[in-house]
Structure formats: structure tokens, C-alpha cells
Design a protein around this ligand. Structure first.
Ligand code: GAL
Length: 680
């Protein structure tokens, strides 16, 4: 596998795997003995980091302009003396009462134009000049106070940005944003939004309102622009927060905790403001779903976070045991804590962090998992699990800064998702993210690394690009895909490809739009939807038959070859899977949604044809492997998601970094086990 450079650690003078999490000493101001006990336990758990200050605004600024940093002074000193570092949060995720009382404009207004009361969190207007000034003010004070504190390793900007505000300030900002986008020309907007439909033509900018259940919800271009605006406005708010800390601490890196494929924000538009990416991961382990399928779904999210900046990322939050907000809040079975924590590392995380260090005594998260339970001591299963992870991470300094190398890119695109979610005509089971995950699984099962990109990224260096349900393909995207295949790339698309442009206007002249028809050597005439439980089959010339469900597109060959045809219905015999040589490359078109076997077989063949590198060949069911390399070293992670021990054949000699043992040949990995090996 290709060797590559090592990335520098987030904190230059602390080149270690980071292990820690959300820590709220402000909740324990009356019991300083608990602060001391926290530090003893922190060392015992092998933790070296605490994320402090998240939601602490009301303690830091109890009255407007009156500050009290005493708890934070102590926390910074205590963590540093215990050998750790602090990721210091800006407190904008929840505001003090006085702020909402005095300046009601900071409270959010919902789409029905009702202003929220004070309460909850993540409930502020991103446009409000007051909120921007107040957040910048407290951020700057934090930066000034701790700029020279040796514990400060990074800024955690706010917490899980998300949500929308529809207040008058946001309406005006939306109009201003649209004016800029459409160069002050309302006719451009009317065209983009296809406004002659249902007499929706705008004759003045002031008529424009955000989508609302008491107003407009059905104009796709409008909905799409609103979502773009929400990302732009949130990013602008975040930029304002970042500017305040950067003005004082230009060299302290900033991040904000993202949320996987959170539908509300397009993270590709936010990533450039951040020095490093971090995210919060809460998988449904031990659900009725196959364990490895959940693992693959989470793996794809880790890969997204790595791909955003093509750099190692941080796992900013995960639970050490269970959460308290799912339908079923299940405990992690023995082994799963280490496995899921190290899974993140296998995909490029340089940290394992938790929500939360110590359970809050009251309020809504008092029964959410934590490293330290209400019993207050270390003699718990969860604490032992955490300490075991800590002990292993302490041996992985060499892994910091290394990266998986991917020859395959999968396109998951936020705007495409918004367009698919909005479109009327598909069944409820449109399932864009899940479909991308299905197309990701065959690579995960084979230990093949995948980068997860949006449609605007450069794809030229990949051997294979997979773009399921790429319904929205603007001219530039089409151009990139055409050039990519022409130059020798292999592209796989599916039903529902290239139907609309960036304004959600249908491409004229047949789908997939523009030159994509030439690339795939076909055109798609109709899309059939199947009822739940209904199936057709895709049958190969040699008679292999694969069940297909939900969607069957009816395509006509114009140069492509059918690799499989439909078995049933009036379109029996029409192509279901096609391939076409175009330029120096190849383009595959999967016209139907299969149940998994078809795509697995097809991607297995493509992986062999392209000789895609595998971290370890011949992986058994439920097991995967990932490799991180850099600076001349390679680290192999082998993960067993089976509830039973599983045998794996190594392809050379390796050193087990946890036990220091040398390994080769056939080895057994315990149930929910993970091995971290260094190639020797
Ligand atoms: C996260 C959030 C944390 C905590 C956690 C519970 O989404 O950032 O503050 O609420 O969920 O799982």
C-alpha cells in the first residue's frame, strides 16, 4: 500500500492519542472534593484530556458583564497538574436566562412564526446581532484569560450546531442572501424556483419568506435555497465565534462537534472554518440489525469525517456505556466498548472521547452513561472498560497522524439528499443515506478503504467512484464525472441519476442529464416503484438471479451492455445492470435497488478487476480490517463484530501493540474483539 506522510498532532507538544471527554465541574462547585477525586479517577482511567465549559455560560457570566471564572481556573489547573490537556468550549450551545430575558431576539422562532420561550439548549437565533456580540464577547474573554494556560490544547466551538430560526431578522438575512446569490435579479430567482408554477412569481424581494407550514412548502428550489441559507448562516455565526478566539489565540486549533450525516447542515460548507474535524458518534449496538451492518454504517460516518479535511479527526463524543434517548437504551456487551472506540481510530480518529466524564446528579441526562457513575468510584464494569481503552491508547502514539489510504470514493451529497427528501413522487422509502451505506458495505466487508465525498470534490485520483442515487447533478458535476471516466476512472451510478440541476430543475433531453447518457451508454425512460414486500429479480446471462425491491428504472441501451436484465413484469428482459466503456474508463449503471447480494457480487468483481488494495485479504463474515499508514509505518486494525471468536489469517508478521506479542498465520480474535497490529 502507498506510503504517506504523517500529519502533525492537533496539539504539537502533546503528540498522544487523546482520551477524555465532556467534563462539567461547574455542576460540582460545592463539592471540591469531587473535583479532586475526578483527577485521581482521570489518571486511573488513562485519560489525558477534558472538554470543559460546554453549556457553562450561566456560571461564567451569572449577570450581564459580571464574570466568574473560578471553576474554570481550577479545572484548567487541575487537569494540567494531572498530566492532561483541556479542550475549552465556547458556551453558546445554551444561554443564561438573563440574556434571553433582556434580549428576546436571541430566542428562536419556529417555521410557524412562534417565538420559543427560554429553555432547552441549541435554541438561539444565528442571525441576532445581540447573540453574535454576546457570544463573541464571552469567547474573547475566555481566550484572553486562558491564552497562556499550558492546559489549553484546542477550542471546542459551541456544541452540535443545528436547527433553524424563522424570525424577522432571519427572514431579512435570507432575502439578502438570495439577492446576492441571484445578483439582485428577481427574474433569475423566479426562473430557478420555476415560479410560474401555481402562480408563485415574486414581484418584490420583500415577498420572500422562509418555508413554512402556514405558507410555502412545495417549491423545491425555494426549500433548497433555504437549506443552503441555514448552512451559510450557521457557518457565518460559527465564523463569528471563531474570529473572537482566533483574535487572541491564533495558534490554538478550533473544531466543532459534528453529527455524522446530520441532515440540517452541509458540513462540506463548514469544514474550511475548522482546523480539525470532530464528531459525536452514538451507534445502536446490539440492535436487531446485524452487528456488522451497524459497524459498516458507523464506519462510513468515520470515513466522512476523515474525508472532510483528508486528515485525522477526533471522536469528540461517544458513550462509555449507554445513552438515555434511544427507543431502547442498551448496554454495550463485553468487548464492544474497546471495539467501537478503536473502530474510530482504525478509520483515522486520533482520539476517543466521551459524553460524559461524570453523570450529572439531576436533570435530563442523569441516567446517561458516563465514565464515573453516581456510585462515585472506579469499581464498575464501565470504568474498567474505559481504563482498558486508556491503557491501549497509551501505546498508540505512533498511530497519531497516520491515515488510511483510499482508492475508492463514495459520493454522499447533502444537497442531493435535500432534493431527494423534498421530491414528490418517490415512495416514503427513498432512504438515500441507507442506500449509500448499502453500497459502502461491500468495501467494508473486504477491508477496502473508502473516502466519503460530496459531489463537488476532486475525484481524479481515485480508481473507483461510487455515486448512488445522484439525483442532483449540476453541469459542473456532470463535467467532472465525464472527465473522470474519459481519463480512465471507473464510475458506478444507480437509478435516479442526474435528473435535476443545482436548482432542482429537471434536465431536459432525457435522464441521466447531459453527457451522462453518453458515459453510461443508455437513457432512462421511467422509474417504477414497488410496494413494500414486492420484488422483481435481476438475472444474469448465466442465470444467477438477484432479488430487487423498491425501485426499478426502465433504461434503453445506447451502446452499453446489459450485465443483468429484469426477470418479471412488463419490463422483463429490459436491462437492470449495465456497463459501458467510455474513453479510457468504464461506467456501470445499476438501474434497480437490490437487497444487497447483487451489489456485493458486482463490487467484488470490480474490486478484483481494479486490484483495489485490501488491508487484509480473505476476511470472514462479520470481520473487517483497516490500515493506517504514515512516516514509513503501517498499523493494521482487525475488528470482529461477531458475538463469537473468529479465526483470521494474517498475511505476514505483525506485532500486537497491546500485548507486544509477535503474530503470524492463523489467529483467533475474541468475540467483539479488536487487534491493533504493527507491520514488522
Ligand atoms: C450529544 C450532545 C451532548 C449530550 C449527548 C447525549 O448530542 O452533544 O451534550 O447531550 O448527546 O448522548
Amino acid at each position: 500500500m502507498e506510503q504517506q506522510k504523517k500529519h502533525p498532532p492537533v496539539c504539537a507538544d502533546f503528540p498522544h492519542m487523546i482520551h477524555g471527554g465532556d467534563y462539567n465541574p461547574e455542576q460540582w462547585r460545592d463539592t471540591p472534593e469531587i473535583w479532586q477525586e475526578d483527577m485521581r479517577l482521570m489518571k486511573l482511567a488513562g485519560c489525558n484530556e477534558m472538554s470543559v465549559g460546554i453549556f457553562a455560560w450561566a456560571v461564567l457570566e451569572p449577570e450581564e458583564g459580571k464574570f466568574d471564572f473560578s471553576f474554570l481556573d481550577a479545572a484548567m489547573d487541575n487537569v494540567y497538574q494531572a498530566g492532561g490537556r483541556v479542550i475549552l468550549a465556547t458556551p453558546s450551545g445554551a444561554r443564561p436566562h438573563w440574556l434571553a430575558d433582556k434580549y428576546p431576539e436571541v430566542l428562536r422562532m419556529n417555521a410557524s412564526r412562534t417565538r420559543a420561550l427560554f429553555g432547552a439548549r441549541h435554541n438561539h437565533c444565528f442571525t441576532s446581532p445581540v447573540y453574535r456580540a454576546k457570544t463573541a464577547g464571552i469567547n474573547r474573554r475566555l481566550a484572553e484569560r486562558y491564552q497562556d494556560h499550558p492546559a489549553l490544547m484546542a477550542w471546542h466551538i459551541s456544541n452540535e450546531y443545528g436547527g433553524e430560526c424563522h424570525c424577522p431578522l432571519c427572514q431579512q438575512a435570507f432575502r439578502d442572501w438570495l439577492k446576492e446569490k441571484y445578483q439582485g435579479d428577481l427574474e433569475q430567482l423566479n426562473h430557478a424556483w420555476w415560479a410560474d408554477f401555481w402562480s408563485h412569481r415574486y414581484t418584490s424581494w420583500e415577498q420572500i419568506e422562509s418555508p413554512s407550514p402556514i405558507g410555502e412548502m412545495a417549491v423545491h428550489g425555494h426549500t433548497l435555497d433555504w437549506k443552503r441559507f441555514v448552512t451559510a448562516q450557521t457557518t457565518d455565526f460559527m465564523r463569528n465565534e471563531i474570529a473572537a478566539v482566533k483574535a487572541v489565540t491564533p495558534d490554538i486549533p478550533v473544531t466543532t462537534n459534528l453529527m455524522g450525516f446530520f441532515p440540517g447542515l452541509d458540513y462540506w460548507k463548514m469544514k474550511d472554518e475548522l482546523d480539525f474535524i470532530s464528531w459525536d458518534s452514538y451507534p445502536d449496538w446490539h440492535s436487531p440489525k446485524q452487528e456488522w451492518e451497524m459497524a459498516a454504517q458507523i464506519a462510513m460516518r468515520h470515513d466522512l469525517n476523515r474525508s472532510l479535511k483528508q486528515k485525522p479527526f477526533f471522536l469528540m463524543e461517544s458513550t462509555p456505556s449507554l445513552v438515555n434517548w434511544k427507543l431502547v437504551n442498551k448496554l454495550k456487551r463485553p468487548g464492544m466498548h474497546k471495539l467501537s472506540s478503536l473502530q474510530a481510530v482504525a478509520h483515522g480518529s486520533d482520539s476517543v472521547q466521551y459524553f460524559q466524564w461524570r453523570k450529572s446528579r439531576g436533570s435530563s441526562e442523569k441516567l446517561h452513561g458516563a465514565v464515573v457513575d453516581h456510585c462515585g468510584h472506579e469499581h464498575t464494569r464501565v470504568f474498567r472498560d474505559v481504563a482498558e481503552v486508556g491503557a491501549l491508547l497509551q501505546k498508540l502514539d505512533g498511530v497519531v497522524g497516520t491515515m488510511p489510504v483510499s482508492e475508492t470514493a463514495l459520493i454522499y451529497d447533502w444537497e442531493n439528499r435535500w432534493a431527494i427528501d423534498a421530491l414528490q413522487g418517490l415512495n416514503e422509502n427513498r432512504r438515500y443515506e441507507e442506500t449509500c451505506a448499502k453500497h459502502y458495505q461491500p468495501f467494508w466487508r473486504r477491508g477496502i478503504s473508502v473516502d466519503v465525498l460530496d459531489r463537488s470534490q476532486d475525484i481524479s485520483r481515485y480508481k473507483l467512484v461510487v455515486a448512488p442515487m445522484l439525483y442532483m447533478a449540476d453541469a459542473a458535476t456532470i463535467g467532472r464525472l465525464v472527465d473522470y471516466v474519459k481519463a480512465g476512472g471507473t464510475l458506478v451510478c444507480t437509478y435516479l441519476t442526474g435528473q435535476v440541476n443545482e436548482n432542482d430543475l429537471c434536465w431536459l433531453g432525457g435522464f441521466p442529464g447531459g453527457k451522462l447518457k453518453e458515459v453510461f451508454g443508455l437513457w432512462a425512460e421511467e422509474l417504477d416503484s414497488l410496494y413494500p414486500g414486492e420484488q422483481n429479480h435481476a438475472v444474469t446471462p448465466s442465470g444467477e438471479s438477484y432479488p430487487v425491491q423498491d425501485y426499478c428504472e426502465l433504461v434503453h441501451l445506447e451502446g452499453a451492455e446489459a450485465l443483468a436484465v429484469y426477470r418479471d413484469d412488463f419490463y422483463a428482459g429490459m436491462p437492470a445492470v449495465c456497463v459501458h466503456s467510455y474513453g479510457k474508463g468504464k461506467a456501470y449503471y445499476i438501474a434497480c435497488r437490490d437487497t444487497g447480494e447483487l451489489t456485493d457480487t458486482l463490487y467484488g468483481k470490480i474490486a478484483d478487476d481494479l486490484q483495489l488494495a485490501r488491508a487484509l485479504p480473505n476476511l470472514p463474515e462479520g470481520v473487517t480490517a483497516h490500515m493506517r499508514s504514515g512516516g514509513g509505518e503501517s498499523y493494521l486494525f482487525i475488528e470482529n463484530y461477531n458475538a463469537h471468536p473468529t479465526a483470521v489469517m494474517l498475511d505476514g508478521a505483525y506485532r500486537n501493540l497491546e500485548t507486544d506479542e509477535m503474530l503470524q498465520g492463523e489467529i483467533a480474535i475474541e468475540a467483539y474483539g479488536i487487534l491493533v497490529l504493527q507491520k514488522s
